[in-house]
Write a protein that binds this ligand. Structure first.
Ligand code: NAD
Length: 372
């Protein structure tokens, strides 16, 4: 077993009775440092210096294995400000016209793409053609065909493609997955995933089909899609879905407000999920099997994640998700580690195949068969 997997399994198995630790403290804590902390450092260029990049950049200040060495933005003032703040020299700052030049920059290993959804496809392909690894934010593309093309281009270029699935490194989530794998819930029967929030500014790119590729399902419903798969531990074989819209001015044609969807799994387990941009406090996963249950609420927010099973409260410590994610991704990219739940491009494509099928089910009213 490689050191990273060992680390994550220990992390998942540990039940440290400290509900919250600052990232720095957590990394000092022996259980978090029991994997190769002295391995090489992943040198990351951030592309798209918006809201999420700010969160990633802050979280990376506590990483042991990943650091910001490059910046890509269309706004010179942001490049200057972020460059000073994160100590990135001018020669490692790029814009959207010239970032292909990173191919000549030995101080950048990977580009983390945190631009609006519609841009990920072309930007990841340019990164791969520059010979660098890529991390794409979710959703990795607007549909499975584009996602698969990104996977193929990266494979042909000999670079890795990961998707920013931060929950795949979250300690309470991993503990539920460990318990399910260990048979502690018995045969899994049902998953419920509720993912949503009330979206504000009607002019933001998330409500623009050309940039977002859809609505709530692309942005937040994807957590229930992905969560159903890692909580149940199988790939769905069919999906049905129903869309409802209460505000067709804010949520224009092709921008989904609320979708309920159901999935069937080979074992007979079923999932019932809700994706919405128009309801508050929807961040809950519930899994039940013949012998037990797990509940996570909140389940995918920035945390702390809270949860319990039929055996009691989940007490794994909170660590800033993006800190764990970026250290783990350093291990995946540089050491070839295998995470307990995949975060590669193929994983992103499977979610997009399901999303494509959910939209097709909404449009046709018919059950869609899946072959993942
Ligand atoms: P944002 O609007 O805050 O930032 C997007 C950035 O992209 C901005 O700096 C903007 O200037 C830049 N940009 C470049 N080209 C652009 C264009 N043509 N139009 C608009 N903006 C352009 O958005 P965000 O919340 O940071 O989301 C970015 C990506 O990160 C999305 O794909 C989103 O799904 C993902 N995200 C992931 C998480 C997570 O927890 N994994 C959380 C939030 C966002």
């Amino acid at each position: 077993m490689d050191s990273r997997r060992d680390f994550l399994q220990k992390l998942a198995a540990s039940a440290i009775a400290i509900p919250f630790l600052s990232p720095a403290k957590a990394w000092e804590n022996s259980s978090f440092l029991s994997y190769n902390p002295d391995g090489p450092v992943l040198r990351v260029a951030l592309m798209g210096l918006g809201g999420y990049a700010s969160i990633v950049a802050k979280a990376m200040q506590d990483c042991k294995r990943a650091k910001i060495t490059g910046l890509i933005s269309g706004t010179p003032a942001k490049l200057a400000e972020w460059g000073t703040k994160y100590n990135v020299p001018e020669k490692n700052r790029y814009n959207y016209e010239n970032f292909d030049d990173i191919k000549n920059n030995p101080e950048i290993d990977v580009v983390y793409v945190t631009t609006p959804n519609a841009l990920h496809h072309d930007q990841v392909i340019r990164v791969a053609r520059a010979g660098k690894h890529a991390i794409s934010e979710k959703p990795m593309a607007l549909n499975a065909k584009d996602g698969q093309e990104m996977v193929d281009v990266c494979a042909n270029a000999g670079v890795k493609l990961l998707v920013g699935y931060r929950m795949h490194f979250e300690p309470k989530t991993l503990e539920v997955i460990r318990m399910r794998k260990n048979g502690e819930f018995g045969k899994i029967m049902f998953f419920q995933g509720q993912s949503g929030f009330r979206i504000g500014d009607p002019n933001q790119w998330r409500l623009n089909k050309a940039l977002a590729g859809g609505g709530a399902l692309m942005d937040i419903g994807i957590y229930a899609v992905n969560g159903a798969r890692y909580m149940i531990g199988e790939e769905p074989v069919w999906v049905t879905a129903q869309e409802t819209k209460t505000d067709s001015v804010k949520f224009k044609e092709g921008v989904d407000e609320t979708i309920q969807f159901q999935m069937g799994f080979p074992s007979g387990a079923v999932a019932s999920c809700l994706s919405t941009y128009n309801m508050s406090y929807l961040d809950r996963f519930y899994l039940t099997g013949e012998k037990g249950f797990a509940e996570l609420q909140p389940s995918t927010g920035y945390g702390p994640i809270k949860g319990r099973t039929n055996k009691g409260e989940l007490t794994q410590p909170h660590v800033t998700h993006q800190t764990l994610q970026m250290d783990a991704m350093a291990g995946i990219i540089l050491d070839g580690d295998t995470p307990p739940v995949p975060v590669d491009g193929a994983e992103g494509v499977r979610d997009l195949k399901i999303i494509d099928a959910i939209y097709a089910a909404c449009a046709s009213g018919k059950r869609q068969e899946l072959n993942l």
